[in-house]
Write a new protein. Sequence first.
Length: 532
Amino acid sequence: MNKFILLFTILAISFLNIDAQKVNKKKEFKEATRLIGLKDYKSAQKHANRLYLLEKSNANFNYLLGLCLLNSDLEKPQSIQHLERASASVTKDYIFEDPSEKKAPVISVYYLGMAYHYNNEFDKAIETANKYKSLVSDEAEKQNADQIISYCQNAKNFIKDPIDITIENLKGINSEYDEHTPIIAGNEDLMIFTSRRPGSTGNLIADDGKYFEDIYFSRFENGSWSAPQKISKNINTDAHDASVCISPDGQELFIFRDEDGVGNLFHSFYDSTDWTIPKRLESNINTQFRETHASFTSNTLYFTSDRKEGSGGKDLYVVKRLPTGEWSLAQNMGETINTPFDEEGPFIHPDGQTLYFSSKGHNSMGGYDLFFCQLQPDGTWSKPQNLGYPINTTGDDVFYVLSNDGKRAYYSSIKKEGLGGRDLYMMNLLSLPERSTVVIKGVVRMAGSADIPKDITITVTEVKTGVLIGKYRPNSSTGKYTIILRNGREYKLACEADNCKFKEEILKVPDDASYFELSKPIYMDPLGIIEK
């Protein structure tokens, strides 16, 4: 009798385990597919992995795990083995929500091609992309496969002819979480950047499983970058706040802020003690669509938007400063720069002639690649040039900024040797020629006094053409100012403060000047009251 009781108990426990496993599988499947639908691949991965461990031969479970790994930061190569198993058993009648589905969707073949491409297995990627084209009839899907093939061909060409350059991970700033969009001010002694590390304002997790973005800063002191600090309570909120760009004198900061899923551009001013509460840019820049990044000179602003009238995805736009101080209507930068794919991260060099940006189009190696183009005498832009390998990779390389002298550049990338997620990198460009720009720095004072005039404006115009170069505001507490000008020109500097006009000065910059910095204090002698 005891033997029968023992046997019955063992059988009952076995059936309970089987039932628990079935319930567990359904639960894990439901959670994995829910999180994948939210694009929270990091959280979905643990559930997909449990499903895979239950049935390693299940093509669908391999597909779900492979998809999560492909969308990870550093585990993309591990997706290959799972997507290979998934691609070996696909069906056109795939049902995503069905936990009993054992076959994988046809798109798993496309994802396998992406994984091969990312892992620099270009011949396999091309073969797999062609296989995918044979399995689908939709022209858009065929074009997606063609894009993988194009990426692979471009990557082959760039990798066989690498440029001589050194790239350094900014380990004092980076963490195991995402860092991106570095911006530099002054003598490269201040870096402002975006991070998704723990301790963000509100310490909240976004739908993608990562912390919300906050803006941080670091100072270059004694040969290294200081520990990052949050920039200001006036800047960071519980939502996404990201760095965008900063004026040469470090007084005006542009940021991106995501409010209720609509991303817009804001700007803030430094008032000698803290950053002011950011204000939204005008409606001819911000729209009901997403405006994500910008870069500006004294009278021109370049920015990114995904508004409907673009070439496709995110495009680059430009606005000009009007005599009233307002921005003109936005103009799409045209097909020379914009493609049917995404463009992002414009950076206009202080010379006003060289534009850097990232694009998934043109002759990209894959994902976002870094490009540059130059302003021509007729006002058009030259054909964008890829910055090459190893600056660009098969992943996303974006948010490039250049030092005033052109000797160093900073950008964001995901690399295998990184600390985790997106990291910030610095490139030494010593083999490239210096930029022909002049940085004018100084302090404004009243003549015969140490007093700093209030509400100072320095207006710079080119003498020969009369063209307004820009209006600059010195620091209200120190009187310090920074102005970046091009060489080979003569400029007029006119100062105004407290409704008074002051003596104008003429500044000549030699034609053969390469990059240099000039110290020029300004002592203000009142000429008379400005009639308002």
